[in-house]
Unconditional design. Structure first.
Length: 145
């Protein structure tokens, strides 16, 4: 017959002090926000590329332009997704509150990125027009000589 098994670890006695109250602020792990941002970028890029392929088929843009435009739109979607998820987690409300915060933040970030992109494109276009006009003026001067 074998010897009885002895247990040397007994349940610990109840704590003398009550457990500390949990903080009301929630911690959002950076990796979780980064992962949702990456997922948003993948989805945004593929959706934009699907739409841009129709333009390529209609000779509205080249394949390179389609890829570039899709990557830019996908990056914006990734940033908007990550910001929205971080804000919704920080809000820490009910499901409906989180949904409202998520949609509002994603819309706001998307609007902001679109506005900044339009302004940058307008500056680039304006400088290109000025450069083209200056080049044309120089050519005209050279041809007259």
């Amino acid at each position: 017959m074998s010897a009885p098994i002895r247990q040397y670890h007994y349940p610990s006695p109840p704590a003398a002090y009550p457990p500390a109250a949990r903080s009301q602020t929630s911690y959002t792990a950076p990796s979780a926000v980064l992962n949702t941002g990456m997922f948003g970028m993948v989805v945004g890029t593929t959706v934009a590329l699907g739409a841009n392929l129709h333009r390529v088929g209609d000779d509205g843009m080249t394949m390179g332009e389609a890829f570039t435009d899709s990557l830019v739109k996908g990056a914006g979607a990734g940033v908007a997704t990550a910001a929205a998820v971080a804000a919704a987690r920080a809000a820490g409300g009910s499901g409906f509150v989180n949904l409202v915060v998520l949609l509002g933040t994603a819309t706001g970030v998307g609007y902001l990125l679109h506005t900044v992109g339009r302004q940058a494109a307008a500056k680039t276009t304006a400088s290109a027009v000025v450069d083209a006009a200056a080049e044309k003026t120089e050519r005209t001067k050279t041809e007259k000589k």
